[in-house]
Design a protein around this ligand. Sequence first.
Ligand code: SAH
Ligand code: SF4
Length: 344
Amino acid sequence: MAQTLLALEPAALAEWVTSHGGQAFHAKIIRKEVLERGVLDYGEMTSLPADLRATLKADLPILSSTEATRTVARDKAIKVLLSFPARGGSVEMVHIPPPDKDDTRGATLCISTQVGCPVGCPFCASGLGGLERNLSADEILEQFVIGRSVGPIRRAVVMGMGEPLLNMEALNTALDAVHDEMGLGSRKITVSTVGFPDRLHKAARQKPRFELAISLHTADDTQRDALVPAMKGTSIESILAAGDDWFEQTGREITYEIALLGGENDTPWHAERLAERLNGRRCMVNLIPWNPSPGMSFSRPEAGTPEAFRDDLIARGLVATVRWSRGLDGDAACGQLRQRVKQS
Ligand code: SAH
Ligand code: SF4
């Protein structure tokens, strides 16, 4: 398998560069150009000697992925399907510019952590074929770099394909570089997970460099078992307890996410049960009206239902928002990557 730049740790890159006629400080310049500025062509790194640029171009590709497709929605959200020819598989990433075109603070990126997903939520396209493999740290970082090459980034959400808690080591390694070298602070990155309690307890003690969102979907244990099959038998109480522990350890409020499925979990009864469960907790609730995927038997909530659900929660003392999808006109199927993206 061909070696790529992003798969080399900074020290290994310095070694590569010095053994190819360059100097150690050139390695620092290269990382800076790629990570901080999103430069994906060695030819543009004019502060490097020309012969080193030529060697790099010939022997050390920056990325391991190729772009399989790129679609641009009417609201300018760019969805890229990346495939990894050497290691196999493909994942989606989305670059979502601010709704106001005069807003220069940068875009929101949505990235993936696994090829496929082993959790198998019946309403989600990512889990349909099960898990193909985990992405490596450099494949995760690569998505940030590609996003940065499109333009400045102000936030990132780990809400694409895959379950982040099942690939935490690679994600943490990638986020270290994102934090230290790309300059995206931990408050600017949100990781969404189905919330395996043991893994959450552990991650809360590893000085996480991100905000946490837990996909709860319902306050009813039987229904949750059906909606999140890989967690069958894990009580909602134990997930909330892990969330409380996270808040105590990190001091950061959690967002609970509910994919609103028409007639399934969007009734006043469900709103009431959810409010009872979350009562007294400092948290936020994001309601995401389900985005239809071909061949799935769920439906979108009826008009007005998400807002009524939100108002029920608010009346019971919670902080709740409806997150409508953006960029859906281009290709609705990728909506799940984008819909809970906060543009605030
Ligand atoms: N595996 C993680 C993160 C990726 S999915 C998780 O489940 O949290 C990100 C979010 O998209 C989850 O809250 C998930 O429930 C939601 N989602 C998946 N498919 C969806 C769809 N078709 N419509 C609305 N939300 C969807
Ligand atoms: Fe996996 Fe999340 Fe999709 Fe469930 S919703 S199948 S955990 S990606």
